[in-house]
Design a binder for this molecule. Structure first.
Ligand code: AN0
Ligand code: CP
Length: 320
């Protein structure tokens, strides 16, 4: 595997899940694969889980790891070709990327949507330059539009906890004070569409996700109706994807607190499990009671990030 961006990059999803559960039984069984190999993790944005779980995954496989927070200690990077570099940016991405590539065997990159241009974000302008100029396999650690390591961990978690062959999974928008990216819901939708689940998306009007991620999923604007009989509730805030009104891209259109997932919402489900990728703002996205309930999977879900990352790095090491 040279690029990990989409669910299709894993090939047969059932085989990938099988591999994940094998690795979970003994996460050190492929220690030999990473000997003298280096993973470089580049962060343009903050992270707790991705930073720690991906380092742990690389260590599980016997790799060496280098982590760089681009905005803390590195040179400020210019990303546009053709600009006269007379501002505060000392280095161009076009030199920085091949230099970073020369020090490692595999590169992971986190670079969120900037919301400056929908076109640039949705064309994955930054990550595509890493793919093109690093000369190394690249895995996405949340890009402008996707967060595949999270969605793979989410799928592993659903597989572990589901009580029926084809559970009802609901992705629900929830309020948040700041504009957040669409990467998590985009990827989650893409992965759920590829998995064997009954998938429903619910959000206020104006928050329609890009059709390339929605696929054939059912969209229900009535949140309570969407929650009826659900086996898993996956809450997440996202800003306006700009599908119906491009000028609203990246804006906060609603802070409607009636969308906060509380006990009244959970009461209409089939005793559903609660999921969220974290970090989560309590009593905005979800109440204390729901996130602390026995049905909350947020901690095992985060723990599975180590497993999804170990599978992905293993696949990349095997293809070096
Ligand atoms: C980020 C987001 O919503 O995409 C990262 C989530 C994994 N969240 C925040 O910036 C709070
Ligand atoms: N879920 C997730 O990716 O968390 P971090 O932003 O802390 O890495």
């Amino acid at each position: 595997m040279r690029v990990f961006q989409n669910v299709s990059d894993l090939g047969d999803l059932n085989l990938a899940l099988k591999e994940a559960f094998e690795i979970k039984k003994d996460r050190f069984q492929f220690q030999h694969l990473g000997k003298n190999k280096t993973a470089l993790l580049i962060f343009f944005n903050n992270s707790l889980r991705t930073r720690l779980s991906t380092q742990k995954a690389a260590m599980n496989l016997g790799m060496n790891v280098i982590v760089l927070d681009v905005n803390q200690g590195a040179w400020k990077l210019e990303t546009e070709r053709g600009v006269i570099m007379d501002s505060d940016k000392s280095e161009h991405l076009l030199e920085a990327i091949p230099v970073m590539g020369s020090y490692c065997d595999i590169i992971g990159v986190r670079s969120f949507a900037t919301f400056e241009s929908r076109k640039d974000d949705y064309e994955e302008k930054i990550l595509n330059q890493f793919i093109k100029y690093s000369g190394k396999p690249v895995f996405f650690m949340e890009s402008a539009t996707v967060h595949p390591l999270q969605s793979f961990a989410d799928l592993i978690t659903i597989e572990e906890y589901k009580k029926t062959a084809r559970p009802k999974v609901v992705l629900s928008w929830a309020p948040h004070p700041k504009a957040l990216p669409q990467a998590v819901p985009n990827s989650f939708a893409q992965w759920m569409n590829a998995a064997d689940v009954d998938f429903v998306i619910t959000h206020p009007e104006g928050y329609e996700l890009d059709p390339m991620f929605v696929g054939d999923a059912k969209v229900e604007y009535d949140q309570m109706k969407a929650f009826e009989g659900a086996d898993f509730i996956y809450a997440k805030n996202w800003s306006c994807p700009g599908v119906t009104r491009p000028e609203d891209y990246g804006k906060v259109l609603s802070k409607d607190m009636s969308w906060t997932v509380d006990e009244a919402h959970m009461a209409v489900t089939n005793n559903a499990y609660f999921m969220h990728c974290l970090p989560v703002r309590r009593n905005m996205i979800v109440t204390d009671d729901v996130i602390e309930s026995p049905q909350s999977l947020v901690i095992p879900e985060a723990a599975n990030r180590e497993i999804s990352a170990t599978v992905v790095l293993k696949r990349m090491l095997e293809s070096l």
